[in-house]
Write a protein that binds this ligand. Structure first.
Ligand code: PHB
Length: 351
């Protein structure tokens, strides 16, 4: 079933193997995409859908220093080489649109203050161009600032379409701004954006309203990670959260809902995929640790409609061909995940 086609909103995918978004920190200064990134994504064009690394919708929101942006005309122009290269190989590509919120350290953003749903910092330290620094305490967003943030996601989506992308994936996962509203360990607000599930989800649904109005719901996906503790995230009831969101998402008719089933650190455990499937009527994509056999089983059982592979595609540009042939896989080299240049990026061999 992995190799059967699938209608995902406006797109017909030739297979059900998505390339998961992966931060690779190869952008040029000024958060500019480049020719090396075009080569990397084009190498992986046999994915049913390529999803880019998280991409900044606004300046001053960098969390990794060398991630790309989609807020300037120069960036739009530079992304065109990426989308053209993927399309020339017969592929399809969504951009993951992203605001880091409290994870945007001022030392990475010319002193630009970081903001979040609440004034609560990520634990521990972060790598910055000035060395390792403690994570920065964010300022709690005022109500009057929220419309501009919502508008930034919509503009990012319009810019992505202008750059030739087939659609966007809204990044609602992994402890970044939207997730900082969703989960009650990060969101302690007492206004209309905090407290109940309805209130914590308000920012996400405002973003989805704006993004789908801008480019059409059939070109919009959403990624969620109710269990991931990365970026000091925790929620008192991840199953209630995913159930509520999955149910409410039905009315949006998105291209897909993309759910990370586990925690990067295995600290928070549970089953969020069954409630996602039970409540969500649209196309459900699972991610994290699925291999060939488990993917086929999950698809055959109707638990998922597609599977996203992260490190699988990172290390195997021709992952669908390898799965089809039952061939061995290249092992990902974690030491080059975030280093500059082609090494560990565009030099993984095909079959
Ligand atoms: C990471 O670089 O570790 C990273 C980036 C974005 C995510 C998750 C992890 O959504």
């Amino acid at each position: 079933m992995l190799f059967s086609s699938l209608q995902a909103g406006a797109l017909t995918l030739p297979n059900r193997m998505l390339m998961a978004p992966l931060t690779r920190t190869r952008a040029d200064a000024g958060h500019m995409p480049n020719a090396l990134m075009a080569e990397y994504y084009a190498q992986r064009a046999s994915a049913g859908l390529v999803i880019t690394e998280c991409t900044m919708v606004a300046p001053g929101t960098s969390a990794f220093n060398a991630e790309p942006g989609i807020y300037s005309q120069e960036q739009i122009e530079a992304w065109k080489q990426v989308t053209a290269a993927v399309h020339a190989k017969g592929g399809r590509i969504f951009m993951q649109i992203w605001h880091a919120g409290r994870a945007a350290h001022p030392a990475m953003n010319d002193g630009h203050e970081n903001v979040s749903s609440s004034a609560i910092s990520i634990d521990g330290e972060v790598h910055t161009p000035q060395g390792k620094l403690p994570n920065a305490l964010p300022r709690e967003l005022r109500l009057d600032e929220i419309p501009a943030l919502v508008a930034a996601y919509a503009q990012g989506a319009r810019n992505a379409i202008a750059a030739g992308f087939d659609g966007v994936e809204v990044h609602g996962a992994n402890g970044y701004l939207i997730d900082q509203f969703l989960r009650d360990g990060a969101n302690k607000r007492t206004d209309a954006y905090g407290g109940s599930l309805e209130n914590r989800a308000r920012f996400l649904f405002e973003v989805l309203d704006a993004v789908t109005a801008a480019i059409g719901a059939d070109r919009v996906g959403l990624r969620l990670s109710p269990l991931n503790s990365y970026n000091s995230m925790i929620d008192s009831d991840p199953v209630a959260l995913i159930s509520f969101l999955a149910e409410r998402l039905n009315s949006y008719k998105l291209a897909y809902l993309h759910v990370m089933r586990s925690d990067f650190f295995q600290a928070q455990k549970g089953d969020v995929m069954s409630p996602a499937r039970a409540h969500y009527k649209g196309l459900l994509v699972g991610n994290m640790g699925y291999g060939l056999e488990e993917s086929q089983q999950a698809l055959a059982a109707g638990q998922l409609d597609a599977v996203a592979f992260g490190t699988g595609f990172l290390a195997n540009p021709d992952l669908p061909a390898r799965f089809k042939a039952g061939a061995a896989l290249n092992a990902p080299d974690a030491s080059t995940f975030y280093t500059p240049g082609a090494k560990g990026y565009t030099d993984y061999p095909t079959l």
